[in-house]
Design a protein around this ligand. Structure first.
Ligand code: 5GP
Ligand code: MN
Length: 339
C-alpha cells in the first residue's frame, strides 16, 4: 500500500462509519477469513460493520469465529440490500471486479459509499477510492494483516481475527505450499499464532471434516480423471447426475482439482463441474510454473484468477465443454512442454 493510499484510508476511517465488507460469489476460505478479520478489526475501532456475501458458503467454514454474523443476498435479501444502500464505506475483498459478486453487482453499482478494494487478483478494475492491490500476495487475508499494520493498529489483533486471517492464509496457500507463500507470510502466521490462533485446531477444523458422501464423490472424480501426457495435462469431470448420486453439498469438490495436478508430469489441471441449476459448467484450473491459467481462463472461459489458480465457466454442455477444451490444447503444446 503506498503512503497516499494509507493516508486516504486513514482519513476515511477517522470518524465512526457505517461499513459494509463484501466478498465474492461462492466465497472461499480467504474471502470469509479476510472479510471477518477486517470486520472484527473495524468494530474495535468503533465502526458499525456488516459482513456481506452474495451467497452461502460451505459448512467447513461455518465454525470460524463470527461466521454466523455474515449475511447473504441469497438468504437475507432485503437486509443485504439495505446495508449496502445505507453504507458510508464499502470494503471489497478478495475480488478484482464487481461482476465477481454475481447478483450483488447491481446494488454495489448503485451504492453511494466510498469503496476500498483489498485484493490479490490480477488486473483489478478501477472502481475504488482506495485500491490496495498486490498480485504477489498469497492471500487477501495476509493483505488485511498488512492493512491493520498500515493503520498502526497491530494491537487490535486478537484470538478471533487471528483465527479468521489464519484460515484465509492457510486455505489460499494450500497450507503454505504454493509459490506465493513467502518468508513474510510465515512471519505473519507466527504473529497470528502469538495472538491466539490455534494452528493445529484450525487445520483439523478445515481439512478433517470429510463426510462419507464427499469421499465417495472424490472416488467418482478420481475415476473420471483423464491424463493427456502429450500436453502435460490432466482433467476431471463431474456431471450433475454424479453430484446428485453422492448428495453433493456446497464445498464438497473443493481441492479435487489438486489431485489431477499432483500427478507426476502434469503441469496443467482442470476440473469441469456441471451445474444444471445455473445451466453452466463451472471450471477450475490449476498449473505449475509459468503457464498462466489466469490468461487461459480469461481468454476462453470468461474467468480469471491467478497465474497458477483460476476459474471460469462455460455455457455449453459438459461434453461440448470438455471436447472444446481438448481442441484448445494443441495450440499450447509447446508452451506446456516448455514449462
Ligand atoms: P477456484 O478454482 O478455487 O474456484 O478459484 C481459483 C481462483 O480463481 C480464485 O482466486 C478465484 O477467485 C478465481 N476464480 C474462480 N472462478 C472465477 C470466475 O468465474 N471468474 C474470475 N474472474 N475468477 C474466478
Ligand atoms: Mn484469495
Amino acid at each position: 500500500m503506498n503512503s497516499e493510499a494509507i493516508s486516504e484510508a486513514k482519513k476515511l476511517l477517522t470518524t465512526p462509519k457505517n461499513i459494509v465488507v463484501v466478498g465474492h460469489k461462492n466465497p472461499d476460505g480467504d474471502a470469509i477469513g479476510s472479510c471477518l478479520g477486517l470486520g472484527n478489526y473495524l468494530r474495535q475501532k468503533g465502526h458499525q460493520v456488516t459482513v456481506v456475501m452474495p451467497n452461502d458458503f460451505p459448512d467447513f467454514l461455518k465454525w470460524i469465529p463470527e461466521a454466523s454474523s455474515i449475511i447473504t443476498l441469497e438468504n437475507e435479501e432485503e437486509k443485504t440490500k439495505d446495508s449496502i444502500k445505507n453504507a458510508d464505506l464499502i470494503f471489497t475483498l478478495d475480488f478484482n471486479a464487481l461482476h465477481r459478486t454475481g447478483d450483488l453487482e447491481e446494488y454495489l453499482e448503485k451504492a453511494t459509499a466510498n469503496f476500498i478494494l483489498i485484493d490479490h487478483h490480477q488486473q483489478p478494475d478501477n472502481f475504488a477510492t482506495v485500491t490496495y492491490s498486490d498480485v504477489a500476495m498469497c492471500s487477501t487475508s495476509e493483505m488485511v494483516f498488512h492493512f491493520i499494520e498500515f493503520m498502526d493498529d497491530i494491537s487490535c489483533l486478537n484470538k478471533e481475527n487471528a483465527t479468521q486471517l489464519y484460515v484465509g492464509i492457510m486455505t489460499d496457500t494450500g497450507s503454505f505450499r504454493f509459490p506465493a507463500t513467502t518468508a513474510t507470510t510465515h512471519r505473519v502466521i507466527a504473529k497470528l499464532i502469538e495472538a491466539g490462533a490455534k494452528n493445529s485446531e484450525i487445520h483439523q477444523n478445515i481439512y478433517d471434516t470429510n463426510s462419507p458422501d464427499r469421499l465417495k464423490l472424490l472416488g467418482v472424480a478420481l475415476n473420471n480423471l483423464v491424463m493427456l501426457p502429450e500436453f502435460k495435462t490432466a482433467y476431471i469431470t463431474l456431471s450433475q447426475e454424479e453430484l446428485n448420486q453422492n448428495n453433493f453439498k456446497k464445498g464438497d469438490t473443493e481441492g479435487f482439482v489438486n489431485y489431477a495436478l499432483s500427478m507426476t508430469g502434469v503441469i496443467f489441471a482442470a476440473i469441469f463441474i456441471e451445474n444444471k441449476k445455473e445451466d453452466i459448467v463451472k471450471i477450475s484450473f490449476r498449473s505449475k510454473g509459468n503457464f498462466s491459467v489466469n490468461e487461459f481462463s480469461r481468454k476462453y472461459y470468461n474467468g480469471g484468477g491467478h497465474t497458477n489458480a483460476a476459474g471460469g465457466k462455460s455455457l455449453k454442455t459438459l461434453t461440448e465443454t470438455v471436447s472444446e477444451f481438448k481442441n484448445l490444447l494443441p495450440k499450447y503444446k509447446n508452451e506446456l512442454n516448455e514449462s
